[in-house]
Design a binder for this molecule. Structure first.
Ligand SMILES: Nc1ncnc2c1ncn2[C@@H]1O[C@H](COP(=O)(O)OP(=O)(O)OP(=O)(O)O)[C@@H](O)[C@H]1O
Ligand SMILES: [Mg+2]
Ligand SMILES: [Zn+2]
Length: 648
């Protein structure tokens, strides 16, 4: 791996694309924003600003970032003109009109977009996120978006879809709108962006009027590269506020919510029809993890996307080990305690790891959570019958690693972006193969090995039949079929489970040969029983770190213990930093980064920066603290860690 200098190379043309068109690293650089109530809004100040704007545009007429940023500034000046027209003299107004014309020329929907230098996206991947390689599909989607095309990306959970609009947001300049259904998670999504140095914010109903005003002001002054909003808000005032902003890109996340054929239909997503036209034909990027062709076609037509580029990723998640047990059968109930006992042993054998246990009913979620808590496990229930506040408290505790296990109904669903969930257990069978795929997909989003254990029975099928359904006869019939398909898949002990699931999603793959119980014959529950709680020796598709490998020599074991201890110390530091900044631990650094640190023990900032997943922003924020631990310097537990400002 080549060493990467910490300072951005000022002379490198690519760096300029990645950082921004102006010096000073802000969208509007040396052009100061004007506040509504600024007493000094004088004709001279505005004239000076218009001059600066003209100079900036002259300096980079063919540079899409410069153009986008100038367009944002122009919008702001227009807004200012509406407020204080007297502050604009004739000459200034004429200059502004001239700038508007220059920006408009060559800017229609069919206008050629200047090509980005080759490698710009990859440079941004390293410079912002600290990753060396794109994951499958990311580069294809980003290229299509940078070329100004509409694009639909269908990639499994955890594949890294977010990055396909975050990198264009930086490269395109101006503002990228991210439509996301997850109001509760917007703050975290925005915090995560700020952690890597992207200028992001959100507009939704949770803001006070004052916060809202400030953010809109910021938006109009071009202060944000990314703005998150929910579809409900876009229909209301957020939409009209945005109408004054030039959008470089509209990213519609969780786009399947627009389709009633999808499993999470949200009526408000229908409001997005026409969004492209409304925002002057800005390119639309639709992203989803839901695979069916039907849903995909629906998304394209609902969003009125024009000849979109299409990327469909593979749905095979090799890092998930799938296993199934029939309830009441010998294997599951052989050891004491039946399903519950099995779940308990499984969880005990993975202390400190994050996991989800899915149950069919609220009652069983609560009962199972209480049972686990009685056994000393940090578990909490989650279901739709709980007050919203309690639900978000529980989810927060899980995200912040204060709770290890969430015992939930399917209400604990979309938007769980905790990357280090190490197992998903189905205490009861899911209602369809698609639901199963979505639910197990919440494990191992960081790509590290994770386990999925399914308990199923014919009684579960009967329970689903009994649930009242609001759908038409057709829909109910289809649901009955889906439950039975799920049962047959679980009960089929001869077909590779990954093969069965992906084939259901329309993809054909060879047997996994290492990531399911059918292929390996591994019995994960029996293994927990035999080892009495210690990690069982199992066949694994990938080895996450040296200290999890099988049968080490005595010397190697010593080294591994050390590595394990170092990893624990790094985790502890991560936890302190995260608590101090009020963000989830994984936002500081992922497990993968800490594992690499423990294994390679970097001693210098340059070596830390070379780790995949460490970008310059995080290095400057946290590098010294982690280097101190890596160098074995005594960490005083009481000393306050003052790395970076706490996030609001
Ligand atoms: N090129 C990359 N190299 C390494 N890690 C990456 C890369 N791209 C994304 N990731 C990481 O993968 C994880 C999942 O990414 P992301 O949240 O974008 O997934 P997603 O596709 O949106 O999934 P979901 O459908 O669940 O929303 C994140 O922790 C992200 O930082
Ligand atoms: Mg996502
Ligand atoms: Zn298999």
């Amino acid at each position: 791996m080549t060493a990467v200098p910490i300072e951005p190379r000022a002379t490198n043309a690519l760096s300029r694309w990645v950082r921004g068109p102006y010096p000073g690293d802000t969208a509007i650089g040396n052009i100061a924003p004007i506040a509504d109530d600024n007493q000094d809004v004088t004709a001279q100040a505005i004239a000076r600003e218009v001059e600066t704007l003209r100079a900036a545009l002259d300096g980079g007429r063919d540079d899409p970032r410069v153009r986008a940023t100038c367009a944002s500034t122009l919008e702001r000046l227009r807004a200012q003109w509406r407020l204080t027209p007297e502050a604009f003299d004739l000459q200034t107004t004429a200059a502004l009109k001239e700038i508007a014309r220059a920006l408009k020329a060559n800017d229609g929907p069919g206008a050629p977009r200047p090509a980005f230098p080759p490698g710009a996206a990859r440079e941004a991947l390293k410079a912002i996120f600290g990753y060396d390689q794109f994951r499958p599909g990311q580069e294809e989607i980003i290229s299509a978006v940078l070329a100004g095309r509409d694009c639909i990306g269908v990639m499994p959970t955890g594949a890294g879809k977010s990055l396909t609009y975050q990198i264009p947001a930086r490269l395109l300049g101006g503002t990228t709108l991210v439509v996301s259904p997850l109001i509760a998670l917007m703050k975290d999504q925005v915090d995560a962006m700020r952690e890597v140095g992207l200028r992001a914010t959100y507009l939704n109903s949770s803001l006070t009027p004052e916060e809202r005003r400030e953010r809109l002001q910021g938006l109009w002054s071009g202060a944000y590269e990314l703005i998150y909003a929910a579809p409900e808000g876009l229909e209301a005032s957020v939409g009209s506020a945005l109408a004054r902003t030039r959008l470089s890109l509209i990213a519609v996340d969780e786009a399947h919510c627009i389709s009633q054929w999808g499993h999470d239909f949200r009526p408000a997503y229908r409001n997005l029809a026409g969004i492209k036209r409304r925002f002057g034909g800005a390119p639309v990027l639709a992203l989803t993890a839901t695979a069916t062709r039907e849903v995909m076609n629906d998304i394209v037509s609902q969003l009125a996307m024009s000849a979109p580029a299409e990327y469909r990723g593979s749905f095979f998640r090799r890092n998930l080990t799938l296993a199934a047990y029939k309830k009441g059968d010998g294997d599951a109930s052989r050891a004491a305690g039946g399903v519950r006992g099995g779940i308990l042993r499984f969880i005990r054998a993975r202390p400190g790891k994050s996991g989800i246990v899915y149950c069919l009913s609220r009652k069983s979620a609560e009962g199972t959570a209480a049972f686990l808590r009685d056994e000393g496990i940090h578990a909490a229930a989650y279901h739709a019958g709980m007050p919203a506040e309690e639900r978000s408290r529980t989810q927060d505790a899980f995200r912040r690693d204060d709770v290890d296990v969430i015992v939930a109904t399917v209400a604990f669903g979309m938007g769980i972006d905790k990357p280090d969930i190490r197992y998903v257990i189905h205490r009861d069978m899911p209602r369809s193969i698609e639901s199963y795929y979505q639910e197990v997909g919440r494990a191992g989003r960081d790509g590290l090995p994770s386990e999925c254990v399914l308990f199923y029975s014919w009684a579960d099928v009967i329970s689903y039949d009994r649930f009242e359904s609001e759908g038409s006869d057709d829909v109910q019939e289809r649901q009955r079929d889906q439950v039975r398909e799920m049962f047959r898949m679980a009960d089929n002990g001869t077909r590779c489970r990954h093969q069965a699931v992906t084939s259901y999603l329309g993809e054909s793959i060879a047997p996994c040969r290492g990531s399911c119980d059918v292929c390996t014959g591994a019995d994960v529950l029996a293994a927990c029983a035999e080892t009495g709680g210690r990690r069982a020796r199992r066949q694994r598709p990938q080895q996450p770190a040296a200290f999890e490998r099988d049968a080490p020599s005595a010397a190697a074991r010593g080294a591994m213990d050390e590595e394990g201890e170092l990893f624990a110390r790094l985790r502890e530091l991560r936890r302190r930093l995260a608590t101090e900044r009020g963000i989830p631990a994984y936002m500081v650094f992922s497990d993968a980064v800490l594992l690499t640190m423990a294994a390679t023990r970097p001693r210098t900032a340059t070596a830390v920066l070379a780790i995949s997943g460490v970008g310059p922003k995080k290095l400057s924020q946290y590098g010294d603290a982690f280097l101190a631990v890596l160098r074995g310097e005594p960490a005083s537990a009481e000393a306050p860690l003052d790395y970076g400002e706490p996030l609001a």
